[in-house]
Write a protein that binds this ligand. Structure first.
Ligand SMILES: NC(=O)c1ccc[n+]([C@@H]2O[C@H](COP(=O)([O-])OP(=O)(O)OC[C@H]3O[C@@H](n4cnc5c(N)ncnc54)[C@H](O)[C@@H]3O)[C@@H](O)[C@H]2O)c1
Length: 309
């Protein structure tokens, strides 16, 4: 168990993440920070009052400044605006870059040793903003996207095959956007290649639905974007770090030559442990998958060019 985890942004993703972290007792305390007066305090108190019922001892407190967040070992950044119908994740870039810059400046001062898990969109670019502003090593700035995209892919496959989600192993790589790369060749159902169970046409439909998974929910909600599955995905990453589980999960990592890519964040298989990003696992991809990953990384670079640091 860690001593303290801070979640910046007490909106849908941030607040749900805080509750899930506390329910799993991944830290002694969880601090929720948001700019809106009263919201992190109110949500934090409400969540703490669920502790006697749910049976957790993690204290949750809310604040509008970073004093209570001081010396957090782990920080989740969810501050920023979410998508509205018709918007792409990249449409958020200028607004969220300013917000994330401000948050990263505070974190550098308040939590200089923290591992940061970034969630704000456009994800890969916000990870870069965080890394640049904090000056933290790449081991300590990791982005959440692939775990969520993979969960959506696994859920759709489980539905199509009428099998347990637990038996579906898969990995979605690349940027968190329309160019994400679900790896059909690495998708198995209890070890059985998925291509033996579903025809290519059906698989392609599922891949397409996965790529549009976020937009599908935005279209239903109209006033916000997904947060139940995203917060669950964040907590899976945090758990691997806090408990030093060394899980291999698809996360956004700063690339320094892996997969022939450098100078951008993209989703790749990462080993997460107590030191943060402990290894990027360089799996062998087919020519088509590698080209798709490179195209996805190129799209991230184009969005990075819209941000001035
Ligand atoms: N990476 C992913 O897979 C993924 C998934 C879901 C959502 N997201 C992104 O996460 C972000 C949050 O989504 P949400 O649904 O929780 O949005 P939300 O609007 O419900 O919450 C965002 C919160 O950030 C706060 N905020 C704004 N500026 C701040 C600042 N400077 N400091 C602290 N807090 C600040 C707002 O007051 C608000 O409470 C969005 O950018 C969304 O696109 C990413």
């Amino acid at each position: 168990m860690l001593n303290k985890i801070t979640v910046v942004g007490a909106g849908n993703v941030g607040a749900t993440t805080a509750q899930r972290l506390a329910e799993k007792e991944l830290a002694k305390s969880v601090v929720l920070v948001d700019v809106i007066e009263g919201v992190p305090q109110g949500k934090g108190l409400d969540q703490w009052e669920s502790a006697p019922i749910e049976g957790f001892d993690t204290r949750i407190v809310g604040a509008n400044d970073y004093k209570p967040a001081a010396e957090s070992e782990l920080v989740v950044v969810t501050a920023g605006i979410a998508r509205k119908p018709g918007m792409s994740r990249d449409d958020l870039v200028r607004t969220n870059a300013e917000i994330v810059k401000q948050v990263a400046t505070e974190l550098k001062r308040a939590c200089p040793s923290a591992i940061v898990v970034v969630v704000s969109n456009p994800l890969d670019v916000m990870c870069w903003v965080t890394k640049q502003v904090t000056g933290f090593a790449r081991e300590r700035v990791i982005g959440m996207a692939g775990v969520l995209d993979t969960a959506r892919y696994r859920a759709f496959l489980a539905e199509a095959l009428d099998v347990s989600v637990e038996d579906i192993q898969a990995m979605v790589l690349g940027g968190h956007g329309d160019t994400m790369v679900p790896l059909i060749s690495f998708t198995t159902v209890s070890g059985i290649p998925v291509t033996q169970l579903l025809d290519r046409g059906r698989l392609d439909q599922i891949v397409e639905r996965t790529r549009n998974g976020g937009a599908e929910i935005v279209a239903y909600l109209k006033t916000g974007s997904a947060y139940y599955a995203p917060s669950a995905a964040v907590v899976q990453m945090v758990e691997s770090i806090a408990r030093d589980k060394k899980r291999i999960l698809p996360c956004a990592a700063w690339l320094e030559g892996e997969f022939g890519l450098s100078g951008m964040y993209a989703g790749v298989p990462c080993k997460l442990g107590r030191k943060g990003l402990e290894q990027i696992v360089q799996v062998e991809l087919s020519t088509g998958e590698l080209a798709a990953l490179q195209q996805s990384a190129e799209a991230v670079k184009q969005t990075m060019a819209l941000v001035k640091l």
